[in-house]
Design a protein around this ligand. Structure first.
Ligand SMILES: O=C(O)CCC(=O)C(=O)O
Ligand SMILES: [Fe+2]
Length: 292
């Protein structure tokens, strides 16, 4: 995988305030996310660096820190707290290093299996206030087992005007709780249009929610719309998709509301074939209900 150098080298270097470690930033191929080298998240960071990281997370949607070695559960939680309050809704696996760290694996003795495998999603789409950020660190790297991401800006820009107009009229209803969210809404920080969905956890859609033309989709139409969304994400040989192939020491901060993601099938390949996969993840409590 090759990365083109971006022109963003300077701010990071400058913010290091003369530190001997060279920082560099490069864009990922699908143009979502940046790779950052030369920042050691294990050590304390200045307020300026933390603010720079936060603004880059909103600007680039994924900030991929390279060469971080093994970050402990406690440190993962500390870094996460830069972004707000952690909210942990998941099953606590006995091997989790911290109660606020979700441990995902291809071996059920090591972590929760089949996470993120039921469809493209944002984390917490079924909550009143979906998670603001998701923060990932792979602590045991398998030979294969990428996490796939899609930038919502790119996805929305790629739609035909007709499709965009029809999605603007859709609201999603979660299948387990009575949560209704607009499929397309405005990101509260960047004000850019983004999507809210979980293709495996939507019970139905409502057309023109709240208007007198409101209509709930039946199962058949629901499936058709889910397939339509999936088809737009993976169209043209997945040209909009960024597949992150994990390398040792990767630590990713994502703007959960600005990107969709899915665990690829390879994430569940057996340990005997691909080696042990263990991913640590935290999620940051949402602070607003999606609204148009
Ligand atoms: O295992 C992965 O690559 C991602 C799983 C997922 O969707 C999540 O942790 O939120
Ligand atoms: Fe997820």
């Amino acid at each position: 995988m090759s990365f083109s150098k971006s022109k963003l080298l300077l701010p990071w270097t400058a913010l290091r305030c003369g530190c001997e470690m060279a920082s560099s930033i490069a864009h990922t191929p699908a143009k979502i996310g940046i790779e950052v080298r030369g920042v050691d998240l294990k050590s304390e960071q200045s307020k300026d660096i933390i603010e720079k990281i936060k603004s880059d997370v909103h600007k680039h949607r994924l900030v991929i820190f390279k060469d971080q070695g093994q970050i402990s559960g406690a440190r993962h939680v500390q870094i996460s707290e830069w972004f707000g309050d952690i909210e942990s809704t998941f099953y606590k696996h006995p091997k989790s290093p911290h109660p606020d760290v979700f441990r995902v694996s291809n071996d059920e003795r090591e972590g929760c299996r089949n996470v993120g495998r039921t469809g493209w999603h944002i984390d917490g789409s079924f909550m009143m206030e979906p998670f603001n950020y998701a923060i990932y660190h792979m602590v045991s790297i398998p030979k294969t087992g990428a996490t796939a991401f899609i930038g919502f800006e790119e996805l929305l820009n790629s739609l035909s005007p007709e499709r965009r107009a029809s999605w603007e009229r859709l609201w999603m209803v979660g299948n387990s709780r009575d949560v209704v969210h607009p499929l397309i809404y405005s990101h509260p920080v960047t004000r850019k249009p983004v999507l809210c969905f979980h293709l495996g956890m939507i019970g139905c859609f409502i057309w023109n929610y709240g208007s007198k033309h409101q209509r709930v989709t039946d199962r058949k139409e629901t499936i058709k719309i889910l397939q339509e969304i999936h088809g737009e994400i993976v169209k043209e040989d997945e040209k909009l998709v960024y597949k992150h192939n994990w390398e040792p020491g990767d630590f990713i901060i994502s703007d959960n509301r600005a990107v969709g993601h899915e665990a690829t099938p390879e994430t569940q390949f057996p340990v005997s074939d691909v080696g042990l996969r263990v991913l640590h993840r935290t999620t940051l409590a949402g602070t607003s209900k999606p609204k148009k």
